[in-house]
Design a protein. Structure first.
Length: 149
């Protein structure tokens, strides 16, 4: 049993950290209840699946986050624009523009290789503004029900 301190400063029985199907207790009453998983929901294909908080896009395998789009376009020449609070100079204020290619991209960062110098930058994604690609941008298949990218 897990105890917690109430705002009045008294020790009370509380909710233990549990998963579905394990017992829990209401505070102060000691009454047991067994939480149930959420009901199944319909998906566009007509199949049903348990509700997990996953959107239809994720059900199709699409995760159109910027880092995934950058990964799909790895090696393609582009101009990348970043706003970095500590950047100065060049008459651009706090913006940094890099002409290069994506070498890698993660959830919170991108590694950009500058084309002229082969200098590599590790930019936090929080500073990413946008990218301008020289060729067609690879993106996830937008056909409903398709899983190809």
């Amino acid at each position: 049993m897990v105890y917690y301190w109430s705002p009045s400063g008294q020790r009370q029985q509380g909710f233990p950290q549990t998963q579905f199907g394990q017992q829990q207790f209401y505070p102060q009453t000691g009454q047991q209840f067994f939480p149930q998983p959420p009901p199944p929901v319909s998906v566009p294909s007509g199949a049903t699946m348990p509700q997990t908080g996953v959107t239809g896009a994720a059900v199709r395998g699409e995760e159109s986050y910027i880092e995934n789009i950058l990964r799909l376009n790895r090696g393609k020449p582009a101009t990348f624009h970043f706003t970095v609070p500590t950047a100065t100079g060049g008459g651009n204020g706090n913006t940094v523009t890099v002409r290069g290619v994506v070498e890698a991209a993660g959830r919170d960062h991108a590694i950009i290789r500058e084309l002229q110098t082969n200098h590599r930058y590790l930019f936090p994604m929080i500073y990413f503004d946008y990218a301008e690609f020289d060729e067609e941008v690879a993106y996830f298949n937008q056909t409903p029900g398709a899983t190809d990218r």
